[in-house]
Design a protein around this ligand. Structure first.
Ligand SMILES: Cc1ncc(COP(=O)(O)O)c(C=O)c1O
Length: 480
């Protein structure tokens, strides 16, 4: 049970999850059709003898997963979830078989080209730095440094600052996951957490399952550790295809899966909650660990946070990695992993690889979180990002060639743009950078340099006339 939750709260959690699960199943099986109204909160409370809080929580969860939407004066209806760029989109079709990787040079070159702040906005991995509460963080950092007890250097050794871990564990409650303070290891950003997790459960030559496309740094990590990757078909809206994963598990001796079920980078896909649960159960049945990259978890546009796969982990096999880099404190390099049965092993690897995480930064973030303004900051950030997504989508639909398909993520700050063939995203990238426009080309997200007609665009910056002009110019270049 959730640490600290009352018996009544625990009961409500189980009830709302059950209700959300039942409704999700009815939608998936076609019993409830797109556009159809679902019972009002009041009617559902009456029918099921549930409290309004339980029903609202269940509906909030379905809304966050994109399965239903609230319509003014009509109540909740089943989402059409159409592909507004035209036609239902299919999952990727990676080649079967495992392979070693050679992506680092291409990734480094692409990132180097967009480092300049005048070029970087559309290509950057971060939203606008001005969106973060930097002055408050600076005060927390200076207080932490002034008051730093020299013994903290010893006490904050892995697993890391206890108060920070406690604050992080508390936030899991809002995501419907049960995570203990001692299960968490603080790291230098999510990237270190992810790397250490991968290292903990693999040996060189082992096979790991990755999405197709996948976050470029994940491919680099697989390359660096001398592992082999099997790419799993991934749907641009719903994430990893479970049938494809099951096939791969049958055909290969997969030692770990590294997936991003929530607001995937670059696709923006969000696995519906019932599929996350099925994923965790499928892997648990085979005792395969799941490394869950969840760095965009806090940036959801629905009324409730989508649950992570970790929320369904009963076997302690899900290693949930996240950080404050994308939503609070870029550059502070504070991340963590919630590790289940692997906590001790990862703490040892952390100690062996970098001793500890920057102590003043850990203390500063613990202090910031204890002050209580984090949720307010996140609400503003989410509103900003959702509005910028609308601006960017409107511009792309106007300025990009007919036939372009664009993702419409329910959170995060990336759009995945598929241009009508034939386009070479790498050459388009070179030409665009020369004109001061950055983006990330599809092949950097691929083990086999696929997605040559795709771009990842960042919409996390202020919508200015210059940015609008850059998008229009990119659209003209993409049209050839
Ligand atoms: C999907 C994904 N995972 C992990 C990271 C790394 O996060 P951090 O900066 O906290 O190390 C990033 C940053 O770009 C990311 O996009």
């Amino acid at each position: 049970m959730k640490p600290g939750a009352s018996g009544k709260e625990q009961g409500r959690v189980a009830l709302y999850q059950r209700l959300a699960g039942e409704l999700a199943q009815s939608i998936a099986s076609g019993v409830l059709l797109p556009g159809e109204k679902i019972p009002s909160v009041r009617a559902m409370c009456r029918q099921r003898r549930l409290s309004p809080a339980t029903v609202l929580q269940a509906y909030g969860r379905l809304e966050a997963g994109g399965l239903i939407e609230a319509r003014p004066r009509s109540g909740y209806v089943v989402s059409a979830r159409p592909d507004k760029a035209g036609g239902e989109r299919a999952a990727s079709q990676p080649a079967p078989g495992s392979q070693t990787l050679d992506v680092s040079e291409l990734v480094f070159e692409a990132l180097e080209a967009i480092r300049d702040r005048r070029v970087g906005e559309l290509g950057s991995a971060f939203p606008n730095p001005a969106l973060f509460p930097l002055p408050t963080l600076a005060k927390c950092l200076s207080t932490a440094a002034r008051r730093l007890d020299p013994w903290k250097t010893v006490e904050d050794l892995p697993p890391g600052c206890r108060e920070l871990r406690r604050q992080i564990a508390r936030r899991y409650l809002g995501f419907g996951a049960r995570v203990g303070v001692d299960e968490i290891v603080i790291t230098a950003g999510a990237m270190e957490a992810l790397n250490l997790c991968l290292q903990a459960v693999t040996r060189p030559g082992d096979i790991v399952a990755v999405e197709s496309p996948a976050f470029y740094a994940q491919l680099q990590a697989v390359e660096r550790l001398g592992l082999r990757a099997v790419e799993i078909p991934t749907h641009p809206r719903d994430g990893v295809e479970l049938d494809g994963l099951e096939r791969a598990l049958r055909e290969h001796d997969i030692k770990a899966c590294w997936f991003m079920p929530t607001f995937h980078n670059p696709l923006g896909s969000l696995m519906p909650a019932d599929r996350k649960q099925a994923l965790v159960e499928m892997l648990a049945a085979r005792k395969v660990p799941l490394i869950e990259d969840d760095v965009y978890a806090e940036l959801y546009f629905g009324s409730a946070a989508p649950p992570p796969a970790k929320a369904y982990d009963r076997a302690g096999l899900v290693m949930h990695c996240s950080s404050f880099s994308k939503c609070l404190a870029p550059g502070y390099r504070i991340g963590w992993a919630a590790l289940g049965r692997f906590a001790r092993q990862v703490a040892q690897l952390k100690l062996a690889s970098s001793i500890t995480t920057n102590v003043p930064a850990q203390e500063a973030l613990a202090r910031y979180l204890s002050l209580g303004g984090y949720d307010h900051h996140l609400r503003r950030l989410r509103r900003f990002l959702q509005a910028r997504q609308a601006d960017m989508l409107q511009a792309l639909r106007r300025d990009f060639p007919p036939g372009t398909r664009i993702s419409e993520p329910l959170g995060g700050y990336f759009l995945w743009v598929e241009l009508p063939e034939p386009v070479d995203a790498l050459s388009l990238h070179r030409r665009a950078v020369q004109q001061g426009i950055g983006f990330l080309p599809g092949p950097v997200f691929s083990a086999r340099r696929e997605f040559g007609n795709c771009l990842r665009l960042n919409y996390g910056h202020a919508w200015t006339p210059q940015l609008a002009r850059a998008v229009a110019r990119l659209g003209r270049m993409a049209a050839g």
